[in-house]
Design a binder for this molecule. Structure first.
Ligand code: GSH
Length: 214
């Protein structure tokens, strides 16, 4: 299994399948592509010039959510989605919402794992933070959840989809809710996340995008 990603410090979409694979202990090879390589890479595989992309058994799977669905199918024993039907439906809905929404946070607080920054508060950011608090409340009230600090108790795809939000809230000094903070601490402390952070810091000598590094 080979996962193609971009710079760890900035590539929030890359983080999602990467952390899911690591959290579930699945071995894979990773290739970090420079942004300048993406056009050729996409053309070569007849896919959009974006990462993450997973290659497995001759298949090319692009787009973070499609990769997470593929992993759930390939490793049913790993519970990439929670086993309980209602919880799984909630996890899938919240994951799709992250994929299609949160434009305020995504565009105004771009992920930068190694730098703390501040931006002016806007209505868009405020609305996204409120929505995060609602989502965390909904997962908090969900029934039949295994124990654990993640949204569905144990780590699942929905945590992977929201993983970059941990960095945004933390490094832009934002506030969501105590339930979110509890989750964010567990996410930050995951050995896999610490591995990602160390790699993001190590990239600084090679790859710095000045627009994100005031
Ligand atoms: N919807 C896609 C988004 C992928 C995406 O935008 N990836 C960024 C890196 S984080 C990228 O490849 N950007 C290069 C470009 O847009 O040219 C997904 O979920 O995987």
């Amino acid at each position: 299994m080979q996962l193609f990603i971009a710079f760890k410090n900035y590539s929030s979409w890359s983080l999602r399948p990467w952390i899911a694979l690591k959290a579930k202990g699945i071995a894979f090879e990773e290739t970090v592509l420079e942004y300048s390589e993406l056009d050729n890479f996409g053309a070569q595989h007849e896919i959009p010039p974006k990462v993450p992309v997973l290659m497995d058994q001759g298949l090319v799977i692009w787009d973070s959510l499609a990769i997470l669905e593929y992993l759930a199918e390939q490793f049913p024993e790993q519970a990439f989605w929670p086993k309980e039907k209602a919880l799984r439906a909630l996890a899938r809905s919240a994951s799709a919402e992250m994929h299609s929404s949160f434009m305020g946070l995504r565009s105004q607080c771009s992920m930068n794992c190694r730098k703390e920054r501040r931006v002016p508060m806007t209505v868009e950011i405020e609305n996204d933070l409120k929505r995060l608090a609602e989502i965390w409340q909904e997962f908090g009230q969900a029934q039949n959840k295994p124990t654990g600090a993640f949204l569905c108790g144990e780590f699942s795809n929905v945590d992977a989809m929201y993983a970059p939000v941990m960095w945004r809230v933390r490094n832009y000094g934002l506030t969501v809710s105590p339930a979110f903070d509890h989750w964010a601490k567990a996410m930050y402390e995951l050995p896999a996340m610490q591995e990602w952070l160390a790699a993001a810091k190590a990239e600084e000598t090679k790859w710095v995008l000045p627009q994100y590094e005031d």
